[in-house]
Design a protein around this ligand. Structure first.
Ligand code: SAJ
Length: 420
């Protein structure tokens, strides 16, 4: 029986470990954080994803998944640790990948397969992982199989997409790729495409960069539309009627641990060439400041204004606040104004969260930063009765503006300049 050791039990590692555990493999799930291991053992799953909790409980109950803080011997090692951006250098912080790789060296045996799932700058599998693994005195290609198999799942749909999405498997040689493909075939229903490791690394980064550049274009269209007196949302909708056009949605910026980070991994390897990618990142990062300017224009003349932020997660209907553009926006607000925050999904955030009633009491301006479905179920009349000034800034164009308007709100939508 093949034994798999999954390193890192986060958003990707945990569901991946469970997938293998529920498809016949014996899995050791390793997380160096004692708290993660302890709470998982109690069946307490901190990551809120549909179906995940049941999957974890099933895996643990059957003992096919065992959670530990240190790795052990296995046939396959899968590394799923974070690769955050080092904010000082704008380069990938590979320390988690390096530490995880070093932690398995002593357990390696001839014939082991080592898979890197973490998103990394191109050539990391070859230039960083191979030298570490070869400290075991085993040689990559001769004794060890290695592959980069990037995860491609969308937060909020992780379990479903793990099963259904196509996968890219990049081996350091053909045999490595074939072996990794065989493994993933156990639960992946999508197609599995084989390539080399550095192409797979680049493919992953290209996917997220494609999205980032397209969102930057949409954000630029929003700013231009405001200047020229055009409704960007209507214009985008019509432009997208063209069979080969798919403009993305503008918004208050790009968050999450993927799209706002990964393009920098290309820039770090080819800064001279990556001009469009760099500019797009900067455009998206400028959006909270742009929204702040809109808000300041709206509240001009109000004495000691109170601003209410609706939504701080990085996107709709999730509790994930990693890299959320709301943080930069709140930091700008906090310098000059009073503020309150309401988010029906988020429980932990750097700033205090309040309930709906408190958040709107005596407020002068609601700023919607996230298009949570719950915001469309709000009792607008009730909110309007307790607000001091009725201003709504909708950066996602997600609310029923007629309804808010008829309750007395002055509505300003990002990308639509009619109200100044
Ligand atoms: N956003 C916009 N406008 C849009 C689309 C998104 O402003 O038109 C914003 C969102 O509000 C959010 C950010 O972009 O702040 C990213 O959200 P997302 O839903 O586009 O993507 P993520 O970060 O949740 O997940 C992405 C996915 N990649 C692609 O769609 C190419 C996912 O498949 C990847 O697995 C994931 O990154 C990852 O782990 O790399």
């Amino acid at each position: 029986m093949t034994k798999i050791c999954v390193l890192g039990l986060g958003y990707i590692g945990l569901p991946t470990a469970c997938m293998f555990a529920t498809h016949g493999y014996d899995v050791i799930g390793v997380d160096i954080d004692q708290n993660v291991a302890e709470s998982l053992d109690k069946g307490d799953v901190k990551i809120k994803e549909p179906e995940l909790k049941a999957l974890v409980q099933e895996s643990l109950k059957s003992k096919k998944l065992i959670v530990k803080t240190k790795p052990g011997e296995a046939d396959v090692f899968i590394i799923c640790v974070p690769t955050p951006l080092n904010k000082g250098t704008d380069k990938a912080d590979l320390s988690y990948v390096v530490n995880a790789t070093e932690s398995i060296v002593r357990y390696l045996k001839k014939g082991n397969l080592i898979i890197l799932e973490s998103t990394v700058p191109p050539r990391t599998t070859e230039d960083v992982l191979i030298p570490i693994l070869e400290k075991s005195n085993l040689k990559a290609r001769d004794d060890l199989y290695m592959a980069h198999c990037p995860e491609r799942v969308l937060p909020g749909r992780i379990v479903k997409e793990l099963i259904e999405n196509d996968r890219i498997v990049g081996g350091i040689d053909r045999e490595s790729a074939e072996r990794a493909k065989e493994l993933y075939k156990s639960f992946v229903k999508g197609d599995i495409y084989i390539t080399d490791a550095r192409t797979a690394e680049m493919v992953k980064l290209m996917e997220n960069t494609y999205r980032d550049v397209n969102i930057a274009l949409a954000n630029e269209f929003a700013k231009i539309s405001e200047k020229l007196g055009i409704d960007v949302w209507k214009a985008v909708k019509l432009a997208n009627k063209h069979p080969r056009v798919e403009i993305h949605a503008p918004g208050p910026g790009v968050g999450g641990h993927c799209i706002s980070v990964d393009p920098w991994f290309i820039v770090e390897r080819a800064p001279e060439e990556a001009k469009l990618i760099t500019m797009s990142r900067n455009i998206n990062d400028s959006m909270p400041d742009h929204v702040f300017k809109i808000v300041e224009n709206q509240i001009k003349g109000i004495r000691d204004p109170m601003i209410t932020v609706f939504g701080v997660s990085y996107k709709k209907n999730v509790n994930d606040v990693r890299e959320t553009p709301a943080l930069r926006f709140i930091e700008l607000v906090k310098e000059k104004y009073k503020f309150k925050i309401y988010d029906p999904h988020v429980k932990n955030f750097r700033y205090e969260l309040t309930n709906l009633e408190d958040s709107v009491e005596n407020s002068d301006c609601i700023v919607v930063l996230v298009d949570h479905d719950d915001f469309n179920l709000l009792d607008v009349e009730k909110i309007s009765r307790v607000m001091r000034t009725k201003i709504l800034v909708d950066t996602k164009n997600c609310l029923d503006h007629e309804k808010w308007g008829s309750s007395g709100f002055k509505v300003r939508i990002l990308g639509v300049s009619k109200n100044g």
